[in-house]
Design a protein around this ligand. Sequence first.
Ligand code: FEO
Length: 598
Amino acid sequence: MKISEDILYIGVNDRDIDLFEGQYAVPNGMAYNSYLILDEKIAVMDTVDARFTHEWLDNIQFALAPSGRKPDFLVVQHMEPDHSANIARFLETYPHTQVVTSSKALAMMKQFFGKDFSQRAIVVKEGDTLPLGKHTLTFYTAPMVHWPEVLVTYDHADKVLFSADGFGKFGALDAQEDWACEARRYYIGIVGKYGAQVQSLLKKAASLDIEKICPLHGPVLIENLGYYINLYNIWSSYTVESEGVVIAYTSVYGNTKKAVLSLADKLRAGGCPKVVVTDLARCDMAEAVEDAFRYGKLVLATTTYNADIFPFMRDFICRLTERNFQNRTVAFVENGTWAPLAAKVMKELLKDCKNLTYAENIVHIKSALNEESSAQLEALAAELCHEYVEQRSETANKNDLTALFNIGYGLYVVTCNDGKKDNGLIVNTVSQVTNTPNRVAVTINKQNYSHHVIKQTGVMNVNCLSTEAPFQVFETFGFQSGRNADKFANCTPLRSDNGLAFLPRYINSFLSLKVEQYVDLDTHGMFICSITEARVISSAETMTYTYYQNNVKPKPQTEGKKGYVCKICGYVYEGEELPEDFICPLCKHGAADFEPIH
Ligand code: FEO
């Protein structure tokens, strides 16, 4: 087979192998690729598996027969025996050939063959070149893609990248099958742990003009290279490739399986674009691992077993963690007749994985599904399908104004002075609106005394609260009116050049603003301001509304109470119905900011 005018395929197909690397099922066999570059000098790129010595040597002989020439170089990119097993035999067959390889590979040759080939070696490192005549090979190191000694090689003349294990796949070359499916299972299983190293290699490759990729397994890639490179980028960055939910389960007597199948039905009914159900005791584990890395959400369902979890599930999770499983949503279904702890054990096993989002709903089955665990299953399905429901026009709730809470806000104390005393209030509506010149918009409720003062004086300071600010700052400036309270009674302010107060603590910056325009927004007024002074006080992070909600605001005491709780300050209104015109006595927010206590 010709790859180009001067590059010939001299690899072999392995249809006899049962388990590649002693563990991966390869129903369509395996290819061990090797290439020959015919030029003024002749280079052979890698060898093949030990069981194909003669077939491979025959291939070389056949390719060289018309010219009667012999190879000048054996380039060894990778020392795993599926490619390196015939190095010693080759060097015996061609005693004048030099081996071109990395120093690490040379050391490994001694380990594998018990011989020192250094007298016949040309050791290359990053960026070194090997001129063959018309072709010049440039070597790039690719450590841990898939062993530390790996090199990849670029041929400038034909714009070919010899990519070692990269872009390889399971399956003999004559297998009629989808590339991505078996390339993904190969990649995740064999190289999956080394995403960062693959990313580095992809960056190097991006600087090369590549027209063909010649891997050590699977077909030579000659068209639409962007497709393959994009998939490698997705896999090596642990990005979700396909939307959907994988349910990986074990079941001893069928009760967990029953729950899993029910969950799968509910997910499909909820609009989940793809549901993959896999019985870990019976499936190809490598395929299950591949699916977990392919899809965005993973449900793990298993039983408590020997005060641990069922062995197949433990094995599965270990395979995920050792391959740096990350960036996914994970949910748990546990089954236990007494002392159930599977969910806890599974979460503990995943604790070092980066950026996992755990579903809030956990399904606790006690022996078999009952009303309670069925309801949990329903809730989990709804949680996992929420985004699918909301993404589809037909099923979405298009009037969910809680979307407003997801606009990112900072929290600020806006200070002003009515001529007699300093005043300040909490606002979350500060934003820069232009930058040449810099203009800042501050919107304030007309009910607030500060609105009245700023409208009259035309000046204010915006104090950017840092995450160090305690709840007391919000009580002081947010839950009382400056008309009848002295908000600076317990604090001696500092002064900016405009004479207004700025907070001596809990802020990282302040801006002194001069009002240039006023926009009447009915209930609120928007002040568009220029900046007269701007100081950065500390490098502490700005307090966001989300940070305040999660870390500063005391948790409302709602336990055992019926009624409504203020989302702003946590005030609890006890009663069946919240009056529409209700105003929170603490923070003065209206009924819209209350939610029912569940
Ligand atoms: Fe195909 Fe890492 O050997």
